[in-house]
Design a protein around this ligand. Structure first.
Ligand SMILES: Cc1cc2nc3c(=O)[nH]c(=O)nc-3n(C[C@H](O)[C@H](O)[C@H](O)COP(=O)(O)OP(=O)(O)OC[C@H]3O[C@@H](n4cnc5c(N)ncnc54)[C@H](O)[C@@H]3O)c2cc1C
Length: 446
């Protein structure tokens, strides 16, 4: 007897194993890495049974919640894979502005629940991303320039540890583990069963502006975007998405889309915050120019999802930087010249100036975030496009201060994602909570 939950586990070779394995990866590029057994946990007892089986049989353990790690970091040969996507509970306390949510709860679903109750959380920008992985790695969400990475709004975490103990950690209790859970990402050494979240009042208005420029104006628009960094109202996410087409606007030629939401108390305030987009020196050459339109979060989720198609293969990479536009432009030109067809895209995000953060494992960020999302639909195009993101980021790595774990590619290109002090402390805390190295860690590190 394995002791694993009956009807909810699949050994390699079992009927249903491959369906259970591929269901843990959101896109078509399911890596050739095969866990020994997949346990579809519905509660902490199932998790504890999985941990016990792993220890008794000499396996490592991986965990998956929403399976939106682009690299499918949870798929490891020979591991016990704990699929906790079914732990998707959410209890919202409106009066106290608090929520307790399971790791399998989709961020967009939580946002919808909260919106109905006049509340808000810096949830991620896409449907399907679950809080399990999102909060561990930081969490760049709606209005995150105001609230900080979402992990700053995690006030407690329920964890099953390597020895099968169920603990609650916060700043007073198991404070080291709480510190690690906010930034360790796929290197976390415990199974999160609930997050305790701080919530915010729902902003009254979500306004949007949209300016779309042809690739030929890249030098002008990125130079301008870099120059206004410190002036951008923190309620505005200044992001530019470059792609070989923008179907939401009916455009089939290569465009750089500056389409940004602003969350504010009134339309006037949102419009004022977004007025900065009109200051681009080539604004009059924009293919589309919408200084302001009222929008809402459901519309934004739909727009975001046009870039992430689950029947496509994805390979991503990224970097933080504070380099000048002049230094960045040669690399950016190459990114644009070599970009695969839509929905592949290049994201530029004005994130800084970065304020002082809480003390947590999350410790690397910078003025500008650049991320490349390579994608293709025909598996035969793998050789043509799979290296686009990685090779372009490698070529610009001398300008990088680090990477985000959100779009990590550590298995292929190890890079810095936490400060040296944070990495040393993560190793210490891991040694205390997982001395035998039961949990698999990042697929690569410097
Ligand atoms: C389409 C798309 C859009 C995205 N948009 C954003 C965005 O707007 N902002 C942002 O910050 N990120 C974004 N991301 C990145 C995303 O937040 C991360 O990949 C995150 O890890 C996904 O969480 P998940 O639970 O869905 O993924 P998973 O693949 O399930 O989790 C990633 C890793 O986290 C660990 N983990 C997951 N659950 C647990 C648990 N319960 N206990 C312990 N460890 C666990 C595991 O090591 C796992 O390999 C996006 C990704 C995609 C694919």
């Amino acid at each position: 007897m394995s002791g694993l939950p009956a009807g909810r586990h699949f050994f390699r070779g079992d009927d249903g194993y491959e369906a259970a394995r591929s269901a843990t990866v959101w896109h078509a590029r399911v890596p050739e890495r095969y866990p020994e057994v997949i346990v579809q946990a519905v509660d902490a007892d199932d998790i504890i049974a999985g941990l016990h089986y792993a220890k008794s049989n000499g396996h490592n353990v991986s965990i998956v919640s929403g399976g939106h790690s682009f690299a499918a970091s949870h798929l490891r040969d020979g591991a016990v894979l704990l699929d906790v996507s079914r732990l998707n509970h959410a209890t919202i306390d409106v009066e106290k502005s608090r929520a307790v949510v399971g790791p399998g709860k989709g961020g967009s679903l939580l946002m919808a629940d909260l919106q109905e109750q006049g509340l808000f959380f810096p949830g991620g920008h896409c449907k399907g991303v679950c809080l399990g992985g999102y909060l561990l790695q930081g969490g760049y969400g709606w209005n995150s320039r105001i609230y900080g990475p979402a992990c700053e709004s995690v006030i407690g975490v329920d964890v099953v540890t390597a020895d099968g103990e169920q603990i609650h950690c916060n700043e007073d209790n198991h404070a080291d583990l709480y510190w690690a859970a906010r930034g360790a990402g796929s290197g976390f050494f415990g199974v999160v069963t609930s997050y305790h979240l701080k919530l915010y009042p729902r902003p009254a208005v979500c306004g949007t502006s949209a300016y779309l420029y042809p690739f030929e104006l890249a030098d002008e628009v990125y130079t301008w975007a870099r120059s206004i960094g410190a002036e951008v109202d923190p309620r505005v996410e200044l992001q530019a998405v470059a792609s070989r087409g923008e179907p939401t606007m009916g455009i089939e030629s290569p465009v750089i889309s500056f389409a940004s939401p602003a969350f504010a108390d009134s339309e006037e305030e949102a419009e004022k915050a977004l007025a900065i987009f009109g200051s681009c020196p080539v604004a009059d050459k924009a293919l589309v120019k919408i200084p302001y339109m009222p929008t809402d979060l459901p519309t934004w989720y739909d727009i975001a999802m046009t870039h992430y198609l689950s029947d496509h293969y994805y390979a991503v990479d990224n970097m933080w930087t504070s380099a000048s536009a002049a230094d960045l432009l040669p690399g950016i030109r190459n990114i644009l010249d070599t970009m695969p067809p839509h929905p592949a895209h290049f994201l530029w995000l004005n994130w800084g100036p970065v304020p002082r953060r809480q003390d947590m494992a999350y410790s690397v960020e910078d003025d500008i975030y650049l991320a490349l999302y390579g994608s293709w639909k025909d598996p035969a195009d793998e050789a043509k496009y799979a290296d686009w993101a990685q090779s372009n980021m490698a070529a610009m790595s001398h300008l990088a201060s680090g990477i985000q774990l959100a779009d990590e590619n550590l298995g292929r290109r190890p890079a810095r994602f936490a400060s040296d002090e944070a990495m040393a402390r993560l190793d210490e805390v891991r040694a205390a909570y997982d001395p035998d190295g039961l949990f698999n860690s990042w697929m690569g590190r410097l």
